[in-house]
Ligand binder design. Structure first.
Ligand SMILES: C[S@@+](CC[C@H](N)C(=O)[O-])C[C@H]1O[C@@H](n2cnc3c(N)ncnc32)[C@H](O)[C@@H]1O
Length: 256
């Protein structure tokens, strides 16, 4: 079973309410960059979106006219997705075993979820379901605050309180990992920077929605109280300005 899974679904199922309430969305640049690199509009594209969660990226893809089939192992996350976007043909499954015929998708997308799968297995699955010339696109929002004291204090606390947590946990050579699989003829990496303003209570809900914050367990409320104090020292008006860096990696399978 992959690391993000539990016997009944996903590690994220108990976090679905906090997730739906306060997770950051994705900047429009992700989608314009994606359309530019794959040289086609998302309108009318057949998209398999894996690790769809509560549907944050799903709705953005739908807004651009894509035909999206969300894939998600967690029933709690899928329930939130369907509450917000009823009627979609969702599939409860794992990115390492996609229940689709080969050659049916123009795009396979993973928003904030590729780090949960085993790369050689999930890349082979994505390449299998893609049409010739199709693309796997994986992206993440990462907080871009390494030089900000309030964020350093948070990371220090997490490294002490959350078992196994390291702030570099997503610093992997994602593009090289995809090249090394041998399934893709072209791999491109793009980054963008943006920020959001979020009230302190929503900010703390966003913290609660993270799997490594939930892993703190019995001391979760202590962590959140300390967070509130540190963050309010940096933002006394209670509006947190949170900088993000979005990383987008696009890997294309060879044309026919
Ligand atoms: C951080 S959430 C991202 C959700 C959504 N894509 C978004 O942008 O908000 C990660 C999602 O990946 C899912 N996930 C974990 N392991 C997975 C796997 N092996 N295959 C597919 N999805 C997985 C989780 O259930 C969770 O919904």
């Amino acid at each position: 079973m992959s690391r993000g899974r539990t016997p009944t679904g996903s590690l994220f199922d108990p976090l679905a309410d906090a997730y739906a309430a306060a997770r950051p969305s994705y900047p429009v640049q992700v989608f314009t960059d994606l359309e530019r690199i794959v040289d086609r509009s998302l309108a009318g594209a057949d998209v398999v979106e894996v690790g769809a969660g509560t549907g944050i990226a799903t709705r953005l893809l739908l807004d651009r006219g894509a035909r999206v089939v969300p894939v998600e192992p967690g029933p709690g996350m899928l329930a939130r997705l369907l509450e917000r976007t009823p009627g979609l043909p969702v599939v409860r499954a794992d990115g390492e075993a996609l229940p689709f015929r080969g050659g049916v998708a123009d795009l396979v997308c993973y928003a904030q979820s590729w780090h949960w799968v085993d790369v050689p297995v999930a890349a082979a699955e994505a390449a299998r379901v893609l049409r010739p010339g199709g693309a796997l696109a994986v992206w993440w929002n990462d907080v871009d605050a390494a030089d900000l004291r309030w964020w350093q204090r948070q990371q220090e606390r997490l490294e002490l309180m959350s078992p196994g947590y390291r702030r570099e946990y997503r610093s992997r050579p994602f593009a090289d990992e995809l090249r090394w699989t041998g399934h893709f003829s072209e791999v491109v990496t793009l980054t963008g920077r943006w920020q959001r303003r979020i009230g302190i209570d929503d900010y703390l809900t966003w913290q609660r929605s993270k799997s490594y914050v939930a892993a703190i367990g019995d001391r979760l409320e202590d962590f959140l109280d300390a967070e509130r104090r540190t963050v309010l020292r940096a933002f006394p008006d209670g509006i947190v300005v949170e900088p993000f860096r979005t990383l987008l990696v696009i890997a294309r399978v060879p044309p026919g």
